[in-house]
Design a protein around this ligand. Structure first.
Ligand code: THU
Length: 128
């Protein structure tokens, strides 16, 4: 059965419940849709050594890649302070770069304000 964007957002919200964000209190959840319909979710995972924090999007992508999935069609992202997930939560530059490793510019980024393309956020990309 085909996953709708609304269902993907709901899975991202569920993932945000697992956020380990004791320092920022800003929880983020992501739900990554693979080309075959498989979904991987992720949350942000903070650390007392702040720079070691992993974002929700990268958690989901790394889970997928580590399971052998490298073709993706969309990611839903929600996030906010103190559990308020209503406002659009844009992916950070590090996560966009990781997305760009696996995804074309047409990769869909679904936020609470609707659909965007990876190309909208990252029109030019670093490549070796
Ligand atoms: N964060 C994400 O999970 N994804 C992003 O794209 C940007 C920021 C997390 C990291 C940190 O735990 C919290 O949001 C506040 O920066």
């Amino acid at each position: 059965m085909k996953m709708t964007d609304h269902e993907l957002i709901k899975l991202a919200e569920k993932a945000a419940e697992k956020a380990y964000c004791r320092y920022s209190k800003f929880s983020v959840g992501a739900a990554l849709l693979c080309s075959d319909g498989t979904v991987f979710t992720g949350c942000n995972i903070e650390n007392s050594s702040y720079s070691l924090t992993n974002c929700a999007e990268r958690t989901a992508i790394f889970k997928a890649v580590s399971e052998g999935f490298t073709e993706f069609s969309a990611i839903a992202i929600v996030g906010g302070a103190d559990g308020d997930l209503a406002r659009p939560c844009c992916p950070c530059g590090a996560c966009l770069q990781v997305m760009s490793e696996f995804c074309s510019g047409e990769f869909r980024i679904i936020l609470t304000d609707g659909e965007h393309k990876l190309d909208d956020f990252l029109p030019k990309r670093f490549e070796l």
